[in-house]
Design a protein around this ligand. Structure first.
Ligand code: SF4
Ligand code: SF4
Length: 426
């Protein structure tokens, strides 16, 4: 079963941030003392890890705590591992957090230098690059990717990170496109940008340039595939299942820069929105604590202020300022207490706003009842949980301030965990 993807009749007209509305940078921010790298996955016994507290690391060194074939991070500083701890991320995702205290002098690891730009090299060194390139799509035989999309836009409101990168680092993006084509064998690469940014692209090596209307949620990956390529992503499937691999412009630029310089890129570019709504483009080494970013930007926070990683529609609250800038942190929003609507425990009043706004045409008012009761399987079987494209519009319009979007994300995560546990090799 598929769902018709189009703006609901009551969709509020919200426009994306456009680059010319955002002061450019990037201002570079340096971590004061420690950085923290998050490696997907966790551990039960420290003795099983390949690294330990007290180990020295160099800038650009690949760290694989679960062994050479496991997930890895790339150290963005030279220093000593001060702490190793399990950490829970959004919706219970598990990480191993490696906290590294910086040394006064930087030493660069040279394991990447001189590597040929092959798929094996990409998989071995660039999975954790800024912008999180979805290289895992090329690690196995399936699904077969036929089109790579280079997204010079951001899927959430107020964020201009990838627009900035595709304009400011076009040469690196072009080089990244050439490397991706050669390494993956995928011949079709399409650049996707907001409609007002289509001028001035010259030769990029891309097959085509396509424009998206700057009206939310047009930059949602499911809507891009539907509107630009005329294909509906079936319920429960992803664009990758249809053969589309979506790379952020930043991740493609990172691949280009890596092979041009012989060094792994370590700086993450992101949009910072302060309490007055002022926006700027910043960059910091992956792992820099949010506290160091706020201090460098002159932002102080008070009790009940809110910090969000990502955009206002789909971002997640940062519960500690020690949380690091990650490879996929495209934005940080700082909101003053009292300036945002709080979620509530009011019951659904069945106003139907969420149904009218939903681009996936879901019965959100019914779905929410099962989600609130923790009946996730029923939510999936009876009310099409898997059809949700995660735009957040239902939460935005809900008059009862029910955190519907967060319920949906949690339900999807819990069901995926359950399915993985029940799988034959789970
Ligand atoms: S987040 Fe809400 S509005 Fe958006 S697709 Fe999912 S259920 Fe519909
Ligand atoms: S918008 Fe909120 S209150 Fe209205 S029907 Fe949907 S869940 Fe219920």
């Amino acid at each position: 079963m598929t769902k018709l993807l189009s703006a609901g009749p009551n969709t509020p007209l919200m426009t994306y941030e456009l680059l010319h509305q955002t002061p450019l940078g990037p201002q570079h921010i340096t971590a004061a003392k420690d950085i923290t790298l998050l490696v997907p996955g966790t551990f039960e016994r420290r003795e099983d890890l390949t690294v330990k507290v007290g180990d020295g690391v160099r800038t650009g060194q690949k760290i694989s705590p679960f062994g050479p074939a496991g997930a890895y991070a790339v150290s963005s500083v030279t220093g000593t591992i001060r702490a190793i701890a399990p950490m829970s991320g959004d919706y219970g995702r598990r990480y191993t957090a490696l906290t590294i205290t910086k040394a006064p002098a930087e030493q660069t690891d040279d394991a990447f230098s001189g590597q040929a730009p092959t798929l094996e090299t990409l998989l071995a060194f660039l999975r954790a690059a800024p912008g999180n390139p979805p290289l895992h799509l090329f690690a196995g035989a399936e699904p077969a990717v036929h089109t790579i999309l280079v997204c010079g836009l951001d899927a959430d409101l107020l964020v201009a990170t990838n627009q900035y990168v595709i304009k400011a680092e076009l040469a690196a993006v072009s080089r990244g496109i050439a490397i991706l084509k050669e390494a993956t064998g995928v011949p079709t690469v399409v650049i996707v940008v907001p409609r007002d940014l289509v001028q001035g692209f010259g030769h990029t090596g891309a097959t085509a340039l396509k424009a998206v209307d700057p009206i939310y949620p047009a930059a949602n990956p499911h809507l891009i595939i539907h509107r630009l390529f005329g294909q509906e992503v079936p319920m429960g499937k992803s664009p990758a299942d249809l053969g589309f691999a979506l790379f952020s412009a930043e991740s493609v630029a990172a691949i280009g820069k890596a092979f041009d310089t012989g060094r792994l890129p370590l700086d993450k570019t992101f949009t910072l929105v302060d309490k007055q709504g002022r926006k700027s483009i910043l960059s910091a080494r992956i792992g820099t604590p949010v506290a160091d970013v706020l201090a460098a930007a002159g932002i102080t926070t008070a009790d009940r202020d809110r910090i969000i990683a990502g955009g206002p529609m789909t971002g997640a609250a940062v519960y500690s300022e020690e949380m690091p800038i990650r490879a996929d942190t495209d934005a940080l929003l700082v909101q003053a207490a009292g300036s945002f609507a709080l979620t509530s425990d009011y019951p659904c009043v069945n106003c139907g706003e969420c149904v009218r706004v939903c681009p996936a045409r879901m019965q959100v008012n019914m779905l929410v009842r099962f989600l609130e009761a923790g009946q996730y399987s029923n939510a999936a079987d009876l009310y099409d949980l898997d059809a949700c494209i995660e735009c957040g519009l239902c939460s935005y319009v809900c008059v009862a301030h029910i955190p519907i979007f967060q319920y949906i994300k949690l339900a999807k995560y819990e069901l995926s965990r359950l399915n993985a546990a029940e799988a034959p090799n789970g």
